[in-house]
Design a protein around this ligand. Structure first.
Ligand code: GLY
Length: 330
């Protein structure tokens, strides 16, 4: 008898309840379609936004026999190193003081987690997050300490503010009006989920956060359960958009827990967006979007506004897909 069944038996007998053996044999997770295996759907990579280069890199990494965790790191590195991506890594838009500050996290199939917040001068924030997970007794490191740790691990310091993002910031300074921009340049945080050929799951999330945020602001992306959550028994979810709203509802953990209760990835993403919008149904000035996958390799996605898309590589084919959205017809 495995540990879970043993605990379940013990708890029931403690309550004086008797249940037939066949009912007991069916544990919660065994009776949940989200936890079933479907090898035809593996491997797969899915990421927020139209990021074919990042998703291809992750896919190739899986094809070369590397782990889902390696695929996540290598895929996210592509966007972090791209100076034309204005919301991740090098070339990310700065805060209102002109400083580029990065947040990132990574989570593996064993539930291990590593994260960096308010990291400056290092391009590959997700790789530093992985080092935090694998090389320290901690899960989350911030600011100068995270930067010093990165340098001690061999990462090079580099100015992340490109001429293009500096000019955009100087233009913004003329009015200095902070407003979240929906679907900023049709691009935002990269959240990525990957399953290897056996269905083993990992996930990651990397961002320079909201453009022109207050200095010191941290979003959802590096916070376990908000920007990302992976549970290799059930599935995984990740978020993009205005992190404050994701944080208030612990969106990615919520989606995984809803899948644990039997909701499909699509139903779970829709409910997570509903939780945000229920309290402010008329507020139209911000975007949040989720992507999710269950253990079977089924996908879900939903956003508040039109304009979000996700990229998926599955069954040897890559696609960019626009999911449904909350304000459709409202
Ligand atoms: N979702 C990214 C952020 O709010 O920082």
């Amino acid at each position: 008898m495995n540990r879970r069944k043993f605990l379940q038996n013990t708890a029931l007998s403690g309550l004086g309840l008797t249940v037939g053996t066949s009912a007991l044999a069916k544990t919660v997770s065994e009776s949940n379609p989200n936890t079933e295996i479907n090898k035809e759907n593996y491997p797969l990579v899915i990421a927020t936004w139209n990021v074919p280069n990042a998703v291809s890199k992750a896919w190739q990494t899986l094809q070369s026999g590397k782990s889902a965790l390696d695929a996540i790191e290598k895929g996210c590195n592509v966007e972090e190193e791209d100076p034309n991506n204005s919301s991740v890594g090098y070339g990310g838009l700065p805060d209102r003081d002109g400083r580029v500050t990065l947040d990132a996290c990574i989570m593996d199939e064993k539930g291990n987690y590593g994260s960096v917040v308010f990291l400056q001068n290092i391009v590959n924030a997700i790789s530093v997050a992985r080092k935090v997970m694998e090389e320290t007794p901690h899960v989350l490191m911030a600011g100068d300490g995270a930067e010093q740790f990165a340098v001690s691990q061999g990462f090079k310091r580099q100015n992340l503010l490109t001429e293009k993002s500096k000019q955009a910031w100087q233009e913004w300074l003329k009015k200095s009006e902070y407003k979240p921009v929906i679907n900023i340049e049709n691009h935002d945080t990269i959240g990525m989920l990957a399953m290897d050929k056996d269905g083993t799951l990992s996930g990651g999330c990397t961002t320079s956060g909201l453009a022109y945020k207050m200095h010191g602001r941290v979003g959802d992306s590096p916070i376990i359960g908000s920007g990302l959550f992976v549970d290799n028994e059930v599935g995984a979810a990740t978020a993009t958009g205005v992190g404050e709203e994701v944080l208030k509802t612990v969106g990615s953990f919520l989606i995984v827990e809803l899948m644990r209760q039997g909701k499909s990835p699509q139903q779970a993403c829709e409910e997570a967006v509903d939780r945000i919008m229920k309290k402010q149904p008329d507020r139209r000035d911000f975007q949040v979007a989720y992507i999710a996958v269950n253990k079977k390799g089924e996908i879900g996605s939903y956003s508040i506004h039109e304009g979000f898309s996700y990229t998926i590589y599955q069954n040897g084919e890559m696609k960019n897909i626009k999911p449904g959205f909350w304000f459709d017809g409202k």
